[in-house]
Design a protein around this ligand. Sequence first.
Ligand code: PLP
Length: 436
Amino acid sequence: MLNLEKSAAAFEEAKKLMPGGVNSPVRSYRSVDCNPPFIARAEGSHIFDIDGNEYIDYVGSWGPMVVGHAHPQVVKALQEAAARGTSYGAPTLIESQLAKKVMEVYPSMEVIRMVNSGTEATMSALRLARGYTGRNKIVKFIGCYHGHSDSLLVKAGSGMATFGVPDSPGVTPGTAQDTITIPYNDFEAFKAVFAEQGAEIAAVIVEPVAGNMGLVLPKPGYLDLLRKVTTEHGALLIFDEVMCGFRASLGGAQAAYAVKPDLTCLGKIIGGGLPVAAYGGRRDIMEKVSPAGPVYQAGTLSGNPLAMTAGLETLKIITAPPEPGEPDYSRVLTIRTKKLVLGVAQKAKEAGVTLQVQQAGSMFGFFFSDKEVTDYETSAAADQEAFKVWFKAMLEQGIYLAPSQFETLFMSGAHTDEEIDRTIEAAGVALKKVAD
Ligand code: PLP
């Protein structure tokens, strides 16, 4: 039995200090009815809590830690950068170095602006799309998460193309009504929205590989449809690749599916574990951003030298050319992830548990469902009770997964074959518990 005594006490104390004891809701483990381990440190693929438990980590700080925790190259560069001062609020060379590195991998981003979080990136991209087109409405997909800015905290009522209703208290109806929400992967709903309101729509924002309703892949041709219809109606297509960037493939979903968006949002990995995100895209659009153009957006800590350093070192590692005949970094992660999901699928079969396994590059996830999961509705229909049993049984065995079925799991370059084997064995035990 896992001893989480110190974590439990720390959580009680934290609850007096922070809403729900945390600084971001999912960390509270509410959806799995248990207390979260408090983390003391992390190294490579391992994370250690304050009770002395050690786990193999497949959360990776919700995506950024693609090269593993405390990678020596990243840590060394950060130490050197910190010694030169932690923030200047003035232009630096490293901002341009990171911008160029990102553009090498994301050529659709002709001009880029660094910000501090994925929320800021998507919020700013929307403001830009509205400023550029002179239109107010946006289309988002139910179950896609783009951070917590007001216009994006909206989901649909039932039916297609409904006007938004506020999802969170504090989002005004006025804001919500400019957000049109439709089901992901629904071709007809998308066409219908544009047939009715196309002239008023500034932009469509999408997670081109969706990771916030569990992992859900776009159906063949869906992203092409979004591209075609937005172009026809003069609306911008925004790919929110904050999560799937550098993961669905090195070049993200846009490379994997060969669809070029007008604007892209990146986050997580480009900060290498420090707070960085970015938005960028077509030069003619990006030139509207202040001070080049009139659409205002700014940040005291944007382009922070420590954050740029962690991002640049991380990107150097994952874009390094492989040894001749060897697969590149991103391919290695994909192969490892495939081994893990196939291993778990086999254990599910042996235990007689119906499990859907999903994978996109180094992202993966599981649904306890016998239906194909293609959107929020089919994701939400999966068996949440089975998920709780699975999650707790994995944690007990030292496997650290995201505490919600609506999250995605991540492989890193630090995970070894042996750790993956251990994880598959643990999954076998956990799935037997699910079956009982
Ligand atoms: N967009 C996507 C696709 C995300 O997954 C997230 C966060 O998980 C965000 C935006 C928001 O990023 P942040 O939490 O850095 O504000």
